[in-house]
Design a protein around this ligand. Structure first.
Ligand code: K7E
Ligand code: CUA
Length: 763
């Protein structure tokens, strides 16, 4: 230990005097590298389009579904560097998600029929919008397997809420938002009886099984979905699929595809043709067109029926009130995407080579004129496909999803079977360009490409197979997100990114400038409720309460100690530990765990987190900080002592250390030397315009916070020295130095930042 601290002083001295920086330049030229690595001009061009130099940031931030991992993956574009995994439907240990009480409460909202469901099949992230444009405030994502929707707040990139769909058993067409995020859509997928736990045999499929469309009311002020103000529209058992919200002229309407409108129920084991045959036998399926604004009014007027306590507008009512229509669409469609100006909708039929562009104006004209070509078996008016189409364009095999460019009339459609992206003009109905991807593309995504104002520039192809793209890692391959430059007439493939967490069906991206995430919480925040945590403490307020067999610790974390450092309980006690991270410094997260009790917390600056467990095993259990937070991180430790029944202590004093006057004096000198470094760093920082750099101002504030903690300690060690108590004198002097190290660490970080970012001398 001694050795380490001396070395640290030397390092600090060296860094303080600017001796540490020596940069070696490679003598290699670009030509040399091209030759050595076998790169072409095209490769270099691609590399220069995606390379983000150290210290620079990406232009766009993407939120990808984590597929079967039940998480969200955040990455930067164009670098494709992964920035974060966010636990949503699944526990995520690093962030303590599912291992601390606050996040367990969020996961518990997603329980179904009283049971935990700790995985999710996430498909479609959706960003909150204001006037049809991505606003960077909230993210929504659905769980197809267990019909649920989650709300993430982009101030801290945390999951805040999970709502369970009260009437479905599966869903898919979610999450799509209305232009001002009034509602978040969730469409059913595999039809089932709407009443919970109701059994009907498949012979009653047409009568008793139903699909539907749910409109979750989003309360932006609260940042939460309000289930009481949410409702659903009952739909036929047609396997509703992807959806989109109208915008501009079509605002107030929603559009939902369907497949298997044949209502086939399979039975391969009974010798019946399988689903795949029975669900694609007819040439067309149905596009559902719903006036959600009017539906909301009807629900408010009491015209809905309560099913499982949830408002459902029954088909009969929707037909009578004229808010629900069907339009035939080509065989087994997948995506339906409303154009940025809201005048058209693009439907891609998986088993057709065409994309069909419908005109909203024509749809409205037909509805107004009451011109219906037929009714479906449930009495829903069916509009003529021919009379509502704007155009059809043959793009290739297996068109799935469509996204839009910032250039007017330009769209991109994924071609699953052809393994291509087609660039085409949806106004004129012509193909502009095609590019191959690797392989079998599902969704594709352009920057803010499903908003009213797409940002263009890049497109990401989300491929189902990666076969030969990456180093083999066994039979389960990574997914392949390919980045395509769309700023020119010809598309250029510029990057392959393997994603190894699940099948990310869809991803959305936003201009990074629109995101304004916080760097710390207000001291004592429960990040899952955004409310002050009742068990938060400030420095000096830490304490432990014991009532009967309940032990409650109100502790704190700051570099580099946990308060308290000993927790004594009796076997069988219920232990609750609340911890507040007192740091203000950016990125000074502390983690917390207790050996073998399966708890973990990530406590970011300002956050208060609770872990809870029953101390049902007598013994000694170290607890410690799990994030390498400082030079003395390993010493950020403590003991949980679980005493056996009837335990009586035989010794009452701790073993004394052996310290000499010489060691005390050495520590005092170390403190004085370090102060010289701190003073020189402070002198440098205050000699330049550091106040023009908000990040530096925060670091300087944090540095002085740490230094402030030395107050009164000099008097303390001197008083012990006067009494020749060399242990206490030495250790309190050491503690001053510990705070100084943190101060100097921050100060030097600030100094380096200023030097690298062109700080200027001030008078
Ligand atoms: Cu096409 Cu769930 Cu959007 Cu997969 S879905 S591809
Ligand atoms: Cu705190 Cu490591």
């Amino acid at each position: 230990m001694k050795k380490f601290t001396q070395r640290s002083t030397t390092l600090l001295l060296a860094a303080g005097m600017g001796l540490a920086a020596a940069t070696a330049w490679s003598a290699e030229t670009l030509q040399d590298v091209m030759k050595r690595r076998g790169l072409s001009q095209q490769d270099l061009l691609a590399a220069s389009k995606t390379y983000v130099p150290t210290g620079k940031r990406d232009d766009f931030i993407a939120f990808s579904s984590g597929g079967q991992s039940g998480q969200v993956i955040v990455y930067g574009i164009p670098s494709m560097r992964i920035l974060k995994y966010i636990g949503v439907f699944t526990p995520e240990p690093w962030q303590g998600y599912g291992f601390d009480e606050e996040s367990k409460a969020v996961l518990a909202q997603g329980r179904i029929d009283g049971k935990d469901i700790t995985w999710g099949d996430t498909h479609h992230p959706g960003m909150s919008e204001t006037n049809g444009e991505a606003d960077g405030q909230f993210l929504f994502i659905n769980d197809k397997a267990n019909p649920r929707v989650a709300v993430l707040d982009l101030r801290d990139f945390e999951t805040k809420q999970i709502v369970v769909n009260p009437i479905y058993k599966s869903e898919h067409g979610g999450t799509f938002v209305t232009p001002n995020t009034e509602y978040v859509f969730e469409a059913a997928q595999y039809a089932s009886p709407l009443e919970n736990k109701k059994f009907y045999p498949l012979e009653e499929f047409n009568e008793k099984y139903r699909g539907g469309m749910t409109y979750w009311k989003f309360d932006r002020k609260e940042g939460r979905i309000d289930p009481k103000k949410s409702f659903s529209v009952e739909l036929p058992p047609y396997s509703q699929d992807l959806s989109d919200a109208g915008k501009g002229p079509s605002d107030g309407w929603s559009f939902t595809n369907s497949f298997c409108s044949e209502r086939y129920v399979g039975g391969i084991e009974k010798g019946r043709p399988p689903y795949e045959a029975g669900c694609s036998a007819k040439d067309t399926d149905y596009l559902h067109v719903i006036n959600w604004k009017k539906a909301a009014e009807l629900v408010a007027a009491g015209k809905a029926k309560k099913i499982n306590g949830h408002d459902v507008l029954m088909m009969e009512t929707s037909i009578k009130e004229g808010i629900l229509f069907l339009i035939p669409e080509p065989k087994s469609p997948h995506g339906v995407d409303v154009t940025p100006d809201g005048t058209k909708l693009v439907v891609a039929g998986k088993l057709d080579t065409h994309v069909s562009v419908y005109s909203f104006e024509k749809i409205m004209a037909q509805i107004k004129a009451g011109k219906f070509e037929s009714k479906d078996p449930y009495g829903i008016p069916v509009l003529s496909m021919k009379d509502t189409l704007h155009t059809q364009v043959s793009l290739g095999l297996g068109p799935l999803h469509t996204q839009f460019d910032s250039k007017t009339c330009v769209a991109y459609t994924s071609l699953y079977v052809d393994s291509q992206v087609a660039k085409w003009d949806y106004c004129e109905g012509k193909v502009l360009d095609k590019i191959s991807v690797h392989y079998n593309i599902g969704h594709l995504m352009t920057m803010e490409g499903d908003t009213a104002k797409p940002a263009g520039r890049y497109l990401v192809a989300l491929n189902k197979l990666s076969i030969d793209r990456f180093n083999p890692v066994g039979p389960l391959h990574p997914q392949n997100h390919q980045l395509i430059d769309i700023s020119n007439d010809k598309m250029q493939l510029i990057y392959d990114m393997p994603l190894p967490l699940g099948e990310p069906h869809y991803v959305v991206a936003i201009d990074a400038k629109k995101l304004k995430p916080a760097v710390r919480y207000k001291l004592g925040t429960n990040s899952r409720t955004d409310q002050p945590h009742p068990a938060a403490v400030r420095a000096g307020e830490e304490h432990t309460d014991k009532k009967g067999n309940k032990v409650e610790v109100f502790g704190s974390l700051i570099r580099s100690h946990i308060t308290p450092e000993t927790i004594e309980v009796d076997v069988g006690d219920e232990v609750t530990i609340h911890l507040t991270n007192l740091e203000r410094a950016q990125d000074e997260t502390h983690g917390f765990t207790v050996s073998t009790y399966n708890v973990h917390a990530s406590v970011e600056p300002g956050k208060t987190v609770t872990v809870k467990f029953k101390a049902d095993k007598e013994g000694v259990y170290p607890y410690y900080c799990t994030e390498f937070c400082s030079a003395l991180h390993l010493e950020m430790q403590g003991y949980l002592l679980v005493k056996p029944k009837g335990w009586k202590a035989s010794k009452t004093t701790l073993a004394a250390g052996t310290y000499t006057e010489a060691e005390y004096k050495a520590n005092v000198k170390k403190v004085a030397d370090t102060q010289v470094i701190i003073d020189s760093v402070v002198a440098y920082i205050t000699s330049v315009n550091y106040k023009d750099f908000p990040d530096v101002v925060a670091m300087v504030d944090d540095a002085f916070d740490q230094l402030g903690k030395t107050k009164g300690l000099k008097e303390k060690h001197e008083a012990f020295a006067a009494k020749k108590d060399w242990e206490n004198a030495t250790l309190w002097a050491e503690q001053i130095w510990q705070y100084q190290v943190k101060t100097a660490d921050l100060g030097l970080r600030a100094k380096t930042y200023l030097e690298q970012n062109g700080a200027k001398k001030v008078k």
